[in-house]
Structure formats: C-alpha cells, structure tokens
Design a protein around this ligand. Structure first.
Ligand code: CA2
Length: 143
C-alpha cells in the first residue's frame, strides 16, 4: 500500500463521544479512525493523529507536505484562529481537505470564518464521521 493519508485532529477532539453528543455525536475519535481504516481498505494507509497543541499540528502538516502526502484536517477551533496552520499548508504545499463534524455555518458567527478554507482543496462540514469519509473518497478519486 503506497498511498499514505494523514488524518489530523485538533484541540479537544480527544473528548469526542464523552460530551456534547447533540453536536458531535456519540462516536469517539478511535471509532472515526476505525471507520476510515475500514473504508480505505487496501487503497491507502491511514495515519491518524490528534493534538491539543497548535505547533504540533504545524509540524505534522509540514511533514506531510514535504513527503508529498495528503491531509484530512479537522483543526477544531484553530480553524477559526490559526494563521500558523494556514501558513503551514501553504508553505509546505500540502494537499489538504478541511473537515468538520458539525455544520459550522449553522452555529455561532465566530465559527463561520475559516482561515484554512482559502488554502485547502475543499471543505466538508456537517456530516459527522461521514465528513471524514467523504474527504477520503475525494482524495482517492482519480482526477
Ligand atoms: O465540527 C467540528 O468538527 C469542529 O471542528 C469541532 C471543534 C469546533 O471548535 C469547530 O468550530 C467545529 C470543537 C471540537 C471539540 O470537540 C468536543 C467534543 C466533545 C466535547 C467537547 C468538545
């Protein structure tokens, strides 16, 4: 299996499945990883990580970009605040898709702005774990 896809998760997503099920559902991050690994099958290796630290996410994006490998990125609240993550995507020429479990546009106004959206391939939001799976399919689609 030669294709490697990094799935990077930002702050507080380690709490998934334990709180706020009305917004984020009942699946844990480990459940999401298992769904992606199963869906990818032998089409790609899924490298799944979570960090509460902005700089660690920057480093992982740089590493993926330098390796020419794609990223599915749920940057959590950093989506709405982080110029550093945006610069990392741009500078490393990382092929990234931004995903969100919730429909951020149906929520508070501060969640409507993404610093990442202008520099990623696309944005998928509002479909729970399916947001990640749709991003995976987009990366695996030819053309
Ligand atoms: O909908 C998404 O995936 C978000 O990226 C989730 C972030 C939020 O800041 C974004 O606006 C949208 C929050 C992740 C925190 O996840 C929690 C999970 C369980 C309990 C509390 C927080």
């Amino acid at each position: 299996m030669s294709l490697r896809i990094h799935v990077l998760n930002g702050p507080n997503l380690n709490l998934l499945g334990t709180r706020e099920p009305g917004i984020y559902g009942t699946l844990t991050l480990a459940d999401i990883e298992a769904r992606l690994v199963a869906r990818a099958g032998d089409r790609a290796a899924i490298l799944f990580q979570q960090s509460n630290h902005e700089g660690e996410l920057v480093t992982w994006i740089q590493e993926a970009g330098q390796a020419g490998e794609a990223v599915i990125l749920n940057a959590g609240a950093y989506t709405h605040t982080s110029i550093a993550l945006r610069d990392a995507i741009t500078a490393s020429r990382c092929k990234a898709i931004e995903v969100h479990l919730s429909n951020v546009h149906a929520r508070e106004p501060f969640r409507h702005r993404s610093h990442l959206a202008p520099v990623v391939r696309g944005v998928i939001a509002g479909f729970g774990v399916l947001s990640y799976e749709l991003a995976l399919e987009a990366l695996l689609s030819p053309g």
